[in-house]
Write a protein that binds this ligand. Structure first.
Ligand code: NDP
Length: 279
């Protein structure tokens, strides 16, 4: 029988565990969130993060700017870096046009980089040193572990090579002793590659692109994609209904990877505080 990897439930359990842990800390962890511009989706994401933080006992401060210059944003980040009361800093992406995303992300103190996007933290992931790990791949790995604890020797295909999802995901699976193929838009015969994979992670941004005949019987399928269809409904990058019976385990969209991304942000904030204060 196929296991539905319910990210909504797992995220709830992660938040409950964090909430208990936070009660044992000397003070509440503090997260600074910067929202620049007027993208409605970003505003919703930030509100959800604020609410989730509050519910587990993390204090969040949201800095909202309709418009802000690169210099002003860098000055704010510098002051948050220096502020000993701030444990985590998150800049909501995408940034409005005109702002240099790379420079902004690199300005965040790596110890407070709760999104795990700083080059130093991405590098630490490569050399397997403890550091904040990007929230979405971190959450995906927890979902994969619901299906199978030991991943040694499994073959994995990660579709998508973004810095925020695909690349760190491939790295995490490599660390778990999987044999990993990082696929992308120039990959030849992707369906055939997927058919050989024990684990398929789809982080593409193309509705229902991964078809049932791409999936090996008994595979674990993680769908990172969030796509809005014409009728307003959300769907992933995997044709969920068609693939369901072929898989050992699969994430739905919504209520799969999405809630885990937020839960991992909260976990990264607590871990950042613990590392900084050597708790
Ligand atoms: P990007 O657009 O940065 O990356 C998409 C990747 O998919 C690229 O590497 C691209 O290849 C690859 N790709 C595009 N078309 C194809 C194709 N036809 N065949 C194979 N590969 C292809 O997206 P993100 O990584 O930021 O996000 C991916 C999806 O995940 C989106 O739907 C996004 O909304 C969702 N997402 C969900 C999150 C969650 O919490 N659930 C969090 C973050 C993202 P190439 O590099 O060659 O262009």
């Amino acid at each position: 029988m196929t296991l539905l990897l319910n990210g909504f439930e797992l995220a709830k359990q992660c938040r409950a565990a964090l909430s208990e842990k936070i009660k044992t800390l000397p003070r509440a962890p503090r997260l600074a969130v910067i929202l620049a511009g007027s993208d409605p989706a970003s505003a919703v994401y930030v509100r959800n993060k604020e609410k989730a933080a509050r519910e587990v006992g993390i204090e969040s401060a949201v800095y909202r700017f309709e418009s802000i210059t690169q210099k002003e944003l860098l000055t704010l980040i510098d002051s948050l870096n220096k502020n000993t009361d701030t444990d985590g800093i998150l800049v909501q992406l995408p940034l409005p046009e005109g702002l240099d995303e790379k420079e902004i992300l690199q300005a965040i103190d790596p110890a407070k980089d709760v999104d795990g996007f700083h080059p130093l933290n991405l590098g630490k992931l490569m050399i397997e040193e403890p550091a904040p790990i990007a929230c979405t791949p971190k959450g995906c790995l927890k979902l994969i572990h619901l299906a199978r604890q030991n991943l040694t020797g499994l073959s994995a295909v990660v579709i998508g090579r973004s810095v925020i999802v695909g690349k760190p995901m491939a790295q995490l699976l490599l660390k778990e002793n999987c044999t990993v193929t990082a696929a992308h838009s120039k990959t030849k015969d992707l369906p055939e590659l997927c058919r050989k994979a024990d684990i398929v992670v789809a982080a593409i941004g193309k509705p229902k692109m991964v078809k049932a005949d791409w999936i090996k019987d008994g595979a674990i399928v993680i769908d990172v994609g969030i796509n809005r269809l014409k009728d307003g409904k959300l769907c992933g990058d995997v044709d969920f209904e068609a693939c369901f019976n072929k898989c050992d385990a699969i994430t739905p969209v919504p209520k799969g990877v999405g809630p885990m991304t937020i839960a991992m942000l909260l976990e990264n904030t607590v871990e950042a505080m613990e590392r900084r204060l050597s708790l």
